[in-house]
Design a protein around this ligand. Structure first.
Ligand code: FES
Ligand SMILES: [Fe+2]
Length: 441
């Protein structure tokens, strides 16, 4: 390990080649990145389009001809499996006069018939036919009027991503140093079998989509934003889940890792020691005591592992720009407008464990989205309100910069630092800037 400064860029001038540099400096970003519709519209093309964006999980479309409706930025899309099981992503936009052709969230369909005038498309996008074809001239060529396609769709161990960029690196290269963390998260399931539950916890807030990303890797806020939750946890004893955020967390064993390509992770696991310790330190949950008794009596050999996977993964993995793995949940950031965002929390089950473990996982997954997330969303809305002060131009992300002894870099370029370092913001804004400036990797 060598001590090294993380990013040395200073950008103050607007240049025609890099018009966005004036908005992102090493230690701060400009407020208009959160308030300006023009910026938002550019992001929807250049960030949500020119890099890999999380679309869906394979377990949401398990069989041939199944599909799930989702979005790529503002573009409605349908991720489909064809009859051979191959994945596709088509724009949910009729080639005739632009109506969405699929209005279901998920299901099984070999084809989609547009509800407006009945044009029908295969689940791979090709136009099957338009009603009453005698109304079209001899030059009408069906092969020209298929649904548009997301040009590159790839899955990494069940996580499906798409991009419209031909020049973006391969998905595994883009995930890069985030891959081992994603692998850890997936491999908590025996044989890596993760199943996204059919329903989701959805919350909308009046604020910019990046506020969710700013917060996801932020180890600075929990002590203050989630005070009521921490007070409750500390009443139960010193080591209860998350209470470690409340006591000068930079002195503790937790770290944040800047993983490159805009990705980052907070590792909470060093707060727990040995098998069974994650479970032992959970906050109260309905049925917890009965469940533990049952697991210990039915599976005495394997009880600690089963109990630990019933609790959260204890990492917060942020994959730029829209995928957050928090505990056992997959959270997706969906921008709706410059000041409107939807967050979807998908709960997950895992294969290869007794049914009771998944029941308990559901209790765990009801906890933070219901108890902690409203604190965060209230902050997002209050930041957005504060941003209306146009005379105050900057949002700071300078915590941890030039602090001696905090940052170390490993041989792969991953920077590890104290958990309240705002390195996660500086890291993703570097990627944001590259995309907005249209610079090659
Ligand atoms: S808009 Fe789809 S058939 Fe007319
Ligand atoms: Fe939070």
């Amino acid at each position: 390990m060598v001590v090294t400064p993380e990013i040395s860029r200073h950008t103050a001038e607007v240049s025609p080649e890099s018009p966005w540099n004036a908005y992102v400096r090493q230690d701060r970003v400009h407020r208009t990145l959160y308030t300006d519709e023009h910026v938002f519209n550019e992001e929807m093309v250049k960030v949500f389009g020119h890099t890999w964006v999380y679309l869906a999980h394979e377990s949401q479309l398990p069989e041939p001809n199944s599909f799930v409706s989702t979005k790529l930025g503002l573009r409605p899309i349908v991720v489909t499996r064809d009859r051979h099981g191959e994945l596709h992503a088509v724009f949910n936009r009729c080639a005739h006069r632009a109506a969405t052709v699929c209005r279901e969230e998920a299901g099984v369909a070999k084809s989609f018939q547009c509800p407006y005038h009945g044009w029908t498309f295969k689940n791979t996008g090709e136009l099957v036919g338009a009603p009453w074809p005698q109304g079209y001239g001899a030059d009408f060529d069906k092969s020209k009027f298929g649904l548009g396609k997301v040009t590159r769709v790839q899955s990494y161990r069940g996580f499906i991503f798409g991009t419209l960029s031909e020049s973006a690196p391969s998905l595994p290269d883009y995930l890069g140093e985030a891959k081992p963390w994603l692998d850890y998260w997936i491999d908590r399931a025996p044989d890596g079998e993760v199943i996204v539950r059919s329903a989701a916890h959805r919350m909308g807030y009046r604020g910019n989509w990046k506020l969710a990303f700013d917060n996801a890797g932020d180890g600075y806020h929990p002590s203050f934003s989630h005070r009521s939750l921490l007070e409750m946890a500390s009443r139960m004893g010193d080591s209860k889940d998350m209470s470690y955020f409340g006591k000068t967390p930079d002195d503790g064993p937790m770290k944040v890792y800047s993983l490159g390509n805009g990705h980052s992770v907070i590792d909470q696991r060093p707060n727990f020691e040995g098998p069974g310790s994650i479970w032992a330190n959970q906050r109260p949950q309905p049925g917890r005591e009965k469940f533990e008794e049952l697991i210990r009596s039915k599976y005495p050999e394997d009880a600690e592992r089963l109990l630990d996977v019933s609790a959260g993964a204890q990492i917060n993995l942020s994959i730029f720009p829209n995928l957050l793995l928090i505990g056992n949940q997959i959270q997706v950031i969906e921008p709706l407008g410059v000041e409107r965002t939807q967050l979807t929390w998908n709960a997950t089950s895992i294969g290869g464990v007794p049914e009771e473990v998944n029941t308990m996982r559901m209790r765990t997954q009801e906890d933070f989205p219901a108890f902690g997330e409203p604190d965060d969303q209230a902050n997002f809305e209050e930041v957005q309100r504060g941003l209306a002060v146009s005379e105050e131009e900057w949002i700071l992300m300078n915590r941890g910069l030039n602090v001696e002894g905090w940052q170390t870099m490993d041989e792969n370029g991953v920077v590890v630092t104290a958990v309240t370092d705002e390195i996660h913001m500086r890291g993703y804004y570097e990627e944001w800037l590259r995309l907005m400036n249209g610079e090659a990797k």
